[in-house]
Design a protein around this ligand. Structure first.
Ligand SMILES: Cc1cc2nc3c(=O)[nH]c(=O)nc-3n(C[C@H](O)[C@H](O)[C@H](O)COP(=O)(O)OP(=O)(O)OC[C@H]3O[C@@H](n4cnc5c(N)ncnc54)[C@H](O)[C@@H]3O)c2cc1C
Length: 407
């Protein structure tokens, strides 16, 4: 009987394990979870769970009984310390050895932290990555009035919106000239910027932080900016991005290239190792390697890897999609906009609704839709089919978007 070990019990680790059983794999599956929790969904953490509008139990992808029924052995609060690929063996932090025939690495990513020299280890300074982070923040919220969020990416902005709704005075500090600079066009950034300003959040772009200042109890009390300005804060959220968790893979001698490098079949540089989720760096259409940090990618890539592990080979060719909720705005994104030379705006119908269409020549690359599910759906279908689109037709609100899908 063959044995599969899955290291990392997040979205991808769960999806791979469940898919293996669905495909009829009847060997041993051991799922090693570094956290003391069964696999759970992260998106609500910075949104409804932080707001207190989402019950803890609902975060879990499956109840404990699912793993028993599916005969998936789950090791909670157990980290894999090393991988011996020659002898096909894992060593866990507890000292237990887990032999395997096939290995899945779904170790995800880790949030970048502010160094201790900048006050990163002061009390009241948090990242927003796991359940424990949010439970700690929630516990502190009652005594906090002013929050500084460092980093104007999706996670930072979602946390900023949630904290603002909770009644805190929030300042977002972004080093780049505009929020969402790494992931979105200026048009989308401006839309989201307006949203936060309307809700009274203080947004400082093009602003560098020199460090955090603590009080004599070691608790954060302010952020000091490079220009000398001081922003009072009793809570600081560090949302400055993530790094793929490659430590284990790299020690095991697997190839690393901005993540654990895989081929089109989600296979690492060792033929018996599959990788999926935030940590996997995979080939994209233009020959480049990319990493996607999204739930859709974690699920689809893990399921593709599981399918390959049971010998039903298929290539991983996703049309990426992602969403973010901030206040009453739902941003839905299809495709990847990098390399665009033009962005076309289409006004939406409802409040605060618009979509931004990224083109390279006449080739549609991506769509960002705010409160505009129709634009998102049509854009995603156009991307999947590779249909050519006339940018001026998109911009013209008298165009019925669905007509663009007709041959
Ligand atoms: C606050 C927040 C909000 C988000 N919102 C959205 C959203 O709205 N839409 C969206 O599409 N995506 C969102 N994402 C991103 C999405 O959640 C991630 O892309 C997804 O969770 C990646 O899944 P993963 O399984 O690759 O990694 P993870 O979920 O990070 O899971 C990896 C697991 O591996 C464990 N691990 C690592 N090393 C070891 C080891 N050596 N031994 C044992 N275990 C180990 C880690 O502890 C972790 O539990 C959000 C993420 C966060 C943090």
């Amino acid at each position: 009987m063959s044995r599969i070990a899955v290291v990392g019990g997040g979205q991808a680790g769960y999806s791979a394990s469940a898919k293996l059983r669905l495909l009829g794999f009847d060997g041993e599956i051991t799922l090693i979870c570094g956290e003391n929790e069964f696999p759970y969904q992260r998106p609500p953490l910075s949104k409804k769970y932080l707001l207190g509008d989402f019950e803890r139990e609902r975060l879990f992808l499956r109840p404990e009984s699912f793993y028993q029924e599916q005969d998936i052995r789950v090791q909670l609060n157990e980290r894999c310390q090393s991988i011996d690929l020659d002898h096909k063996n894992l060593t866990l932090a507890s000292g237990e050895e887990v032999p395997f025939d096939t290995l899945f690495l779904t170790t995800g990513s880790v949030p970048r932290r502010l160094p201790a020299s900048m006050g990163g280890d002061l009390k009241g300074v948090h990242t927003v990555r796991d359940l424990q982070d949010i439970d700690t923040i929630t516990h502190e919220l009652d005594r906090c009035e002013k929050a500084v969020v460092i980093g104007g990416g999706y996670i930072g902005l979602e946390a900023a919106a949630s904290l603002n709704i909770k009644g805190l005075h929030v300042t977002v500090i972004e080093m780049a000239p505009r929020i969402l600079m790494r992931v979105a066009a200026q048009e989308t950034s401006l839309h989201i910027r307006r949203l936060h300003l309307e809700h009274g959040t203080h947004l400082l772009e093009n602003t560098t932080i020199e460090g955090l200042i603590g009080d004599d109890q070691g608790r954060v009390q302010a952020a000091k900016l490079a220009d000398g300005q001081r922003i009072e804060a009793d809570l600081v959220i560090v949302g400055i991005g993530i790094e793929p968790e490659t430590t284990l893979a790299s020690q095991a001698g697997l190839e690393i290239d901005n993540g654990i490098k895989v081929d089109r079949h989600c296979r690492a540089s060792h033929k018996d190792v599959f990788v999926a989720g935030d940590g996997a760096s995979f080939p994209w259409h233009n020959g480049m390697l990319i990493r996607l940090e999204s739930v859709q990618n974690a699920i689809d890539q893990a399921e593709c890897a599981a399918t390959n592990a049971v010998g039903q080979w298929q290539e991983y060719n996703p049309t990426p999609w992602f969403w973010s909720d901030q206040y009453d705005a739902r941003l839905q994104i299809a495709g990847i906009g990098s390399g665009h030379d033009k962005v076309v705006t289409r006004e939406g119908r409802g409040p605060n609704a618009a979509s931004y269409w990224y083109f390279q020549g006449d080739k549609l690359l991506a769509v960002d839709a705010v409160n505009d599910a129709r634009s998102y759906m049509v854009g995603k279908k156009l991307l999947e089919s590779g249909t050519e689109v006339d940018p001026s037709a998109v911009m013209d609100t008298s165009t019925d978007l669905k007509s663009l899908l007709l041959p």
